[in-house]
Ligand binder design. Sequence first.
Ligand code: CA
Length: 221
Amino acid sequence: MIYCVEDERNIRELLVYTLETTGFSAKGLSDGQELMAALKEERPELILLDIMLPGEDGYSILEKLKAASSTRSIPVIMVTAKEAEFEKVRALEGGADDYVTKPFGMMEFVARVKAVLRRCGHTGEEKEMTCGELCISVGRREVRYGDTKIDLTRKEFELLQYLMENKGLVMTRDQILCHVWGYDFDGETRTVDVHVRTLRQKLGEAGNLVETVRGVGYRIA
Ligand code: CA
């Protein structure tokens, strides 16, 4: 569960919608009071926190979250309309894990959410995904084919996870780069091909589950 604290309804709904279509569960909250009430009900994996809020502002809410032992370890991404460097520094020094500056693209936003969850050891959910005999456990970062455990590097794992999450869909090299390497990765799409090759080798028999769609990208059917 990801909480989105944002007073502007359009942005709040867009954030929740984007997260939900990416496979997260998300709840929109319009101010600090609503956040505090929601925190009593459920502990989210991540909080997106707008700075300019009616009543208590984002910095002050962040300070409270970091001061209480029950909420201290919940990662926070600050959402700011301000470009000023000192605002970002203030957010990070206050204990925020990252920030995004409005207006931001949804791809960037999702990439940042995923990056923070990864850094904090969350992967969204403790789920298992299977494709025939191939099974990946996102929480334990484990891959098995039948009874055999397969060791993958972090990027290979994330690549496989991304394809499994989008089973049946063709993912372009650019989409894969953006999701696995991050929106600001300054590399070539060939990076993807190289990793797909080593991934296939390590998967052995299951390697042919990763299909090449010529001229487009890759898919797990
Ligand atoms: Ca606002």
